[in-house]
Design a binder for this molecule. Sequence first.
Ligand SMILES: C[S@@+](CC[C@H](N)C(=O)[O-])C[C@H]1O[C@@H](n2cnc3c(N)ncnc32)[C@H](O)[C@@H]1O
Length: 246
Amino acid sequence: MSYPMDLPPKDAVGTDTAQAQRPARFAGSGAKSYDARIRRLVPGYATLLDVIAPVLASRIGRGEASILISGAGTGAELSELAFQSTHWRFTAVDPSEDMLAIAGRRADMLGCLEQVDFHACALAGYSCRQPHDAALSILVAHFLPDDGEKAGYFKDLARSLKPGAPLVFADLGRLWEGADRPAYSRWVESVSPDPSAASATVDRIARDFHPVDEARLARLLDDAGFSPPQRLFQVFDFAGYLTVRR
Ligand SMILES: C[S@@+](CC[C@H](N)C(=O)[O-])C[C@H]1O[C@@H](n2cnc3c(N)ncnc32)[C@H](O)[C@@H]1O
């Protein structure tokens, strides 16, 4: 097991190059507040997490399997998956040491720490010894610009998987162009402790995220070596999909 995260959370952005290029939202206090913040940013986040484990279990069964969790963050997926099978092993990859430190403590509390290998790096910096049986990428790819970085990310997922292995991923997309922004804004207002900050949140998402429409998404996946994505979750422009490594 590699578990290099017994580090106190830092208030600065971490040292990893990929992390250094990202805003501080996943470092220091940004990591500490993440679990509360994400529920006020992604409508249906709890439901999204609920469906991941059954979808994976239906594909790979509950026997021995190795599951890559790219952008594992504070370990939300880990807590959903660890109860499915004690035979599943997890590789949690994330450039934020602070997020992974929380994931490590969570795995320890849940009693599944021994099932997890942690790698504090972006997916591009992770080289697997053996391709995995399944992968997750929840709310990660939408941060990557569609200038080659997003395509490279899906290719890195593909090279980390065995042929036939499922990938479950979710991101902000462009599904409901134009119509959803006021509705989403209303939703953020309704769940925010400071409704006046809601429009700033929505503006920040429009500025910082790099959503693509489903035609582009299918193309990126096809180029990377994945089957056409099947949508399994959607609220506003947030959507989750199942695809399979060809
Ligand atoms: C919105 S959080 C999602 C965390 C978790 N998957 C969840 O659903 O709660 C995005 C995470 O992706 C990580 N991340 C950003 N770029 C990444 C990359 N290129 N490879 C892997 N992880 C990345 C961030 O550090 C952050 O922890």
